[in-house]
Ligand binder design. Structure first.
Ligand SMILES: [Zn+2]
Length: 232
C-alpha cells in the first residue's frame, strides 16, 4: 500500500555509500526514518534537506519505523543560510529527536508553530516555549502552582534542582528571583500556543538557559546544538 504522510525532517545522515537516512517527525505516525537511495547524487530539487516540511510517499508496513522513500514533495523549507537562525532551529530539532515524546501529534504542532512564527527577535521566547512544552510531555515540567517543597502560593524564587518555584521559607539567596522573572516562568507554563506570542514580557537567552538546564538535570539530556548556539 502506498502512503503519503506529512512530516518535518529532524536530521539527515549518510546511509550506505550514496544514500541518506532522514529522521522525520510525521504528523500522523510519529517518528519515522526514511532511506533515500542515491540521494546524494540527486539534483538539488530532489535532494533531502534538513528543516523541510514534506509529503513523503512510501510503502507503509505496520510495526516498521524505517522505510524506503519513493518520492517526496516539498511543502515548505525552514532552512536558513543565516548561521544564527540555522543553529537556533537545529536546537529545536535536536531537542525533539533526543526527547522523542510520545505525544507526537502535539509535538508536531508545537514544532511547526515555532518554525512558522520564527522571528529573530523572538528566539528566546520561542526556544523557551518549545523546551517548556517538551518538558511537559516528558512529565518533568517545572512546578509553578506554588512552592515545589511545601505548596505555599506566595513564591520568591525558582530552582532547577528542586524542580520549580520556592517560597520565602524554602528559597536560598542564589535561588531568589525578581517578580518579572517569576512571571516569565509562570506565563510560559500556562500560555500555550494560542497565547504565547502575546505574553507581555521580554524573554532573554538566560531564561532559555534555565529551561535547558532543567532538561539537562531532569532528562539527562545535553544538547550540543545549544552549546554551539550560545557560543555564536
Ligand atoms: Zn515552601
Amino acid at each position: 500500500m502506498k502512503d503519503k504522510l506529512e512530516g518535518i525532517i529532524l536530521s539527515l545522515s549518510p546511509y550506505g555509500e550514496t544514500g541518506t537516512l532522514a529522521q522525520v517527525l510525521t504528523k500522523e505516525a510519529g517518528y519515522l526514518s526514511f532511506v533515500a537511495k542515491g540521494s546524494a547524487k540527486l539534483s538539488a530539487k530532489n535532494r533531502l534537506m534538513p528543516l523541510c516540511r514534506c509529503r513523503f510517499l512510501f510503502d507503509y508496513k505496520e510495526g516498521k519505523t524505517i522505510f524506503t522513500l519513493q518520492q517526496k514533495e516539498l511543502l515548505k523549507s525552514y532552512y536558513s543560510s543565516d548561521l544564527k537562525e540555522l543553529s537556533f532551529k537545529n536546537v529545536l530539532t535536536e531537542m525533539v529527536s533526543r526527547l522523542r515524546p510520545e505525544e507526537t501529534a502535539d509535538v508536531y504542532e508545537d514544532l511547526l508553530f515555532v518554525l512558522e512564527n520564527y522571528d529573530k527577535q523572538k528566539e528566546a521566547l520561542l526556544g523557551c516555549f518549545l523546551t517548556s512544552r517538551l518538558l511537559h510531555y516528558a512529565g518533568i515540567a517545572p512546578y509553578t502552582d506554588g512552592c515545589v517543597v511545601c505548596g505555599k502560593s506566595t513564591v520568591q524564587g525558582f530552582s532547577v534542582q528542586k524542580g520549580g518555584f520556592l517560597c520565602a521559607e524554602h528559597v536560598t539567596e542564589a535561588e531568589r528571583c525578581d517578580l518579572p522573572e517569576l512571571r516569565r516562568i509562570r506565563y510560559l507554563e500556562i500560555a500555550g500556543k494560542e497565547k504565547v506570542l502575546r505574553i507581555p514580557e521580554d524573554y532573554t537567552l538566560e531564561d532559555w538557559d534555565r529551561y535547558i538546564d532543567f532538561l539537562k538535570r531532569h532528562a539527562d539530556t545535553r544538547l550540543r546544538s545549544y552549546d554551539f548556539y550560545r557560543q555564536l
